[in-house]
Every structure is written in C-alpha cells, then in structure tokens.
Design a binder for this molecule. Structure first.
Ligand code: FAD
Length: 548
C-alpha cells in the first residue's frame, strides 16, 4: 500500500533541498522529508559565508584559479567555471527572497550610493569575496528558506521522517535492500516516521537526495547529529556511482572545550588576522607553509595535527587579541558569545582549538544538472560529487555549489515534468518487516556507533598509513556483518538506520583511501607522501556490486 504519492520527493532541508523545493514547487507536488526539525542541518551552522565575485579588484578568473589550486589537480574545470560565474546571480536571488547579508558603503561615498556586500576573506582566497551575515550566514539563509517552504501551497513538509532506502523499479527484496539493473530508475523511498514508529512508502517521479555530509563518521566533527551520510549510503546501496570519498576535509579550528559540542571557530577569524600559536606562544604556521596562517585548510589541519602529536598537548590556540575588541565583537558576535559562555573572552585570551571532520568532498556522482546515473534520481549539495571541489574544497564554496546546482537541477526537472514523459507512478512494494522484533540488544547499536567513529578518527584521519587503513578495513568488515545481522532481525529505529549508514560511509572512505597510492589534497598517506600526477590524477570511482 503506497502511503504518499508525489511528483517530487526531496530528502533534506538544508540549503540544497530547500532551494530545489522552492524552484520546482510551481511545477508539481513536492514532498519535503527531513529527519529532525527543518532547521537541523549543516547549513544552519555555516558561519563564514558564500564565496562570490563582487569585489572591485576581484574577477571570475581569480576565483576560478583559487578553486583549482585548492582542488589540487582534481577539479573539473568546466564545473568550476560554471559554478563561479553563476555565483552573483545566486546571491542576488537570496537577497530578493529576503536573506540579509552584511553590507558596506563604498569607501569615499557620501552615503548616497547603493551599499555593496561586506566581503570577508578566508584561507586559500586571494581576494575578499565572502558574502556573509555576520558569523551566522547559514542560519540566516535557512531561516528565510524554511519560512518560504512552510508557506508554499505545493510543498508538504514531513519533519521527523528518516529516509531509510531508495526504491528503484526493480526493488524486490525485503526491507529496502535494493537490487538494481542498468535499466533501472528510482521511484521514491522508504521513510521512517519517528513519531508513529511506522515505515511509509513515498512514491515519486523524481527523487532528490539533499541529505548533506557525513562528519559523524568521525569521533570529532564540526557537524551536527544529522550528518551521517545517509544519502551517500542509500545511493551506494541502490547502485549509483560514488567518487572521491577519501577526500574528507578536517576543519583546523574547532573549539576545544569539554562542554562545547561541535562548535566551529570560523576560518574568517584567521581571515581577520587570527594567528595560530602553540602553548608556548610560538607562531608555528610559518614552519609549514609560506602563506602561514592563511594557508589552505588541509595544510593548517595537518600542521596542527603534527604539533599536537609532537607536544602531546590537547590543543593549540587561535589568537586574535591584537585586534580591537569592538571589531571582534561586531564581526563575530556568535563566536564571541559562545566562547564567553565557556569562560573564554576571545578579545583578551587566545581560543583553544583542534581540527575536526568538517566536509565531504566526495559523494554521489552527478552531471551538471545534478543527475546521478540512476534515472530520476538526483543529488545536490554536500551529498553530491560534482567535480567542483576536487581533492580539497576551497572555503565557502559549498553553499555556493548547493545554490548553483539546486538551480540547474530544478531547470532539468521542470523540463522533464513538463515534457510529460512519465508513466503513471509505479506501486512500489510495501515495507516488509515480517519476522523482525523489537531490539533487545541496543548495546550493539551504541557500541558500534562509538567503535566506528573512533576507528575512523584513529586510522583514517588527517594522516593515514597503509597499516592503519588495513586495520580499519578489517574492523569495518566485522562491524558491517554485525550490523547487517542486527538489521535483518530487529525493527528499524533511527539510530540503527544511521549506524548502518555511517558504517557504509566508513567502508567507502576506507576503500577509496586504500585505492589512492599517493598524497593529494586532503588525502595524506605516510607511505606515499608525494602527489603522483602520472598515475593518480583522476577520481576514485566506486560502485556497489550489482546483485541479480
Ligand atoms: C560548522 C559548519 C560551518 C560551515 N561553514 C560554511 C561556510 O561558511 N560556507 C560554506 O560554503 N560552507 C560551510 N559549511 C559547509 C556547508 O554548511 C554545508 O556543506 C552545506 O550547508 C550543505 O548543505 P546541504 O543542503 O547539502 O546539507 P545540510 O544543510 O546538511 O542538510 C541536510 C539535510 O538532510 C536531512 N537528512 C539527512 N539524512 C536524512 C535522512 N535519512 N532522511 C531525512 N532527512 C535527512 C538533514 O536533516 C538536513 O535537513 C559549514 C559546515 C559546518 C558544519
């Protein structure tokens, strides 16, 4: 029995899913599914802003070359050009929708000229080009888009609904373990309604994965609890192509404090002059890179990791106390308040910081319209791998990517819907949990959650080695078997759905990391410390074995 029929099913209410929903809802019915409250997303936590070319001394070419340099040889140049050039239109659109970015009067003007955006600077950018809303850019974007989506008559919002698995035309095994053929197409998803402990079937002409990143695969992360890589894992199980999962970005500066869960100290703090020092006050970044504190994230994260391993200390420190206190409070109100609430006055004291998993450059492979290689299945935002980021994402390029691809995907989907090329919606098989019972061993779930996150941090973290990766592979194989067994015997609950997904994402990261026998961008292996363009200047592609 199909529970919900809709033209478009969108999974995720971050910037990618919301923007795509608003752009397609005029042309068909939209079911917008999200696993917690609508605002629970990585987007909501984004601080720094959105990289876009507005500055008088900036140009598309400069933004393109910064993005390519950061991507370390693996960016798709056409994609980079397309995304960078589409940036200003996306920002103007957000402004029209009601997003308030910081503005600044042009120097020398008498106050009668139109103010331009106040442009921040971040690591890896040669120009000031970060459009921002103080240090809460994501929250401001999310606030406006969620409000518009809630009010839209064609959008039905399903909060506290966790997508479990995609449904493809050839889905035929119980509990959403799908089998896929090349002729296959996606026609919806099985979704767990948390409130009613019930699995619903969503049948749709188009399914969009906008499920964000997977920081929770690691013990330390800047990401919120929702970031368990569900879209990547679901797409992999359905047979879609996945790429570049070894390129996990570790943000160099997360707040180190026992009471601070996942709190990021924005890159913009270094952009405004913040300096990294060790416990003895030594400015160590000069020992690692000519760009010192403005080096790219991977360089800074590795430098901090090295310093911490050398010294045995818990953290290094980010010092911006040399800037006027009023300026710091005005530019970083959110970070200032958070630090102060924990007894750290950043205008007077350096902030203790450590690196943490932050962003997945890899994901579900898409073309420029956001299409995956399963028909009628799209992916957009952090869950997708478009070719923009290559081996290392340039700061503040991800909100930009989500906005641009929400637009190109929406255009493609609207055209498809208008062409009327769809057959009547198929009737997918209902969720089948015959023979399962309520869990009597929740310890299996909580233990494996902890074990995966710890083993990924220790063995597949900032610095990798062949031995560590082999150990990780052996452990994840055993854990995967345990989870699979558990999954088949007990009724699904959200923690189990997420555990199954972080295990799958961990497996994909390990697989890709073992495959790449060089160091490039965010992937660093002690056995292959150099970049090897002759053999490895290419994406790492993986695909689950097709069953049946
Ligand atoms: C602390 C922090 C700061 C950042 N700062 C910046 C910045 O300044 N600039 C920048 O460009 N980028 C920044 N990023 C990265 C950027 O925020 C994300 O890459 C971007 O917001 C991703 O958007 P998204 O829509 O793809 O995913 P998200 O915003 O993460 O949204 C994913 C959505 O999918 C839902 N979901 C996931 N799985 C399921 C499921 N199984 N069923 C139902 N729903 C599901 C989630 O609940 C959520 O609603 C930052 C990230 C973090 C964590």
């Amino acid at each position: 029995m199909t529970d919900i029929k809709t033209d478009i099913l969108i999974i995720g209410t971050g910037v990618a899913g919301l923007m795509f929903a608003l752009k397609t809802a005029e042309h068909g019915s939209v079911a917008l599914v999200t696993k917690k409250e609508a605002m629970d997303s990585n987007t909501n936590l984004a601080q720094g802003g959105i990289a876009t070319v507005f500055g008088a001394t900036d140009s598309f070419d400069l933004h393109i070359s910064d993005t390519l340099a950061s991507g370390d040889g693996l960016c798709n140049k056409d994609v980079v050009k397309m995304v960078v050039k589409a940036g200003p239109a996306c920002i103007n659109e957000l402004t029209r929708l009601g997003v308030c970015f910081n503005t600044q009067q042009a120097p020398g003007s008498q106050g009668d000229s139109t103010p331009g955006f106040d442009l921040g600077r971040e690591g890896g950018h040669c120009q000031n080009r970060i459009v921002h809303a103080h240090d809460m850019t994501g929250r401001e974007v999310e606030r406006v888009l969620v409000e518009l989506a809630r009010r839209h008559p064609n959008i039905q919002l399903f909060e506290n609904h966790v997508a479990i698995d995609l449904i493809t035309q050839s889905t035929r095994m119980r509990r959403g373990l799908v089998t896929t053929t090349h002729e296959d197409f996606c026609c919806g998803a099985y979704v767990l309604d948390r409130a009613h402990h019930q699995v619903k079937t969503f049948a749709a002409h188009i399914t969009m994965l906008a499920t964000g990143g997977a920081g929770k695969v690691y013990l330390y992360t800047s990401n919120p609890d929702i970031a368990t890589g569900d879209g990547m894992a679901m797409a992999y199980r359905a047979g879609a192509t996945i790429a570049n999962m070894e390129f996990v970005q570790f943000h160099p500066t997360c707040l180190f404090h026992p009471e601070a869960k996942n709190f990021l100290i924005s890159e913009a703090v270094r952009g405004e002059g913040g300096i990294l020092i060790d416990a003895g006050g030594h400015r160590f970044m000069g020992d690692y890179d000519p760009q010192k504190d403005m080096a790219c994230r991977d360089v800074v994260a590795r430098a901090i990791d090295t310093e911490l391993k050398k010294s045995g200390n818990d953290s290094v420190f980010l010092d911006i106390t040399h800037r006027p206190a009023d300026e710091i409070r005005g530019r970083f109100p959110n970070i200032y308040e958070k630090c102060l609430s924990l007894g750290i006055d950043m205008t007077r004291t350096p902030i203790p910081v450590v690196p943490a998993a932050h962003y997945m450059c890899g994901g579900v492979v898409t073309d420029v319209q956001g299409r995956t290689d399963i028909r009628h299945l799209y992916a957009v935002g952090e869950t997708a791998c478009t070719g923009l980021h290559g081996a290392n994402r340039l700061a503040s390029n991800s909100l930009l990517e989500a906005l641009v691809y929400a637009d190109t995907a929406a255009k493609d989907v609207v055209e498809l819907l208008q062409s009327n090329r769809f057959n009547p919606l198929p009737q997918p098989p209902a969720w089948d949990d015959v023979g399962t019972s309520d869990s009597d061993e929740m310890i299996v779930v909580s233990h494996n959650w902890d074990e995966i996150r710890r083993l990924m941090w220790n063995y597949v973290g900032i610095v990798r080695s062949n031995k560590r990766l082999e150990r990780a592979q052996r452990r994840i194989d055993i854990i995967q078997n345990e989870i699979q067994d558990y999954y088949w015997h007990f009724k699904v609950i959200p923690d189990l759905v997420e555990l199954r997904n972080i295990a799958t994402v961990a497996e994909m990261i390990i697989k890709c990391a073992r495959h790449r026998k060089e160091s490039r961008g965010l992937h660093y292996n002690l056995q292959y410390p150099k970049r090897d363009d002759r053999r490895w200047c290419k994406d790492t592609i993986i695909r689950r074995q097709v069953v049946g």
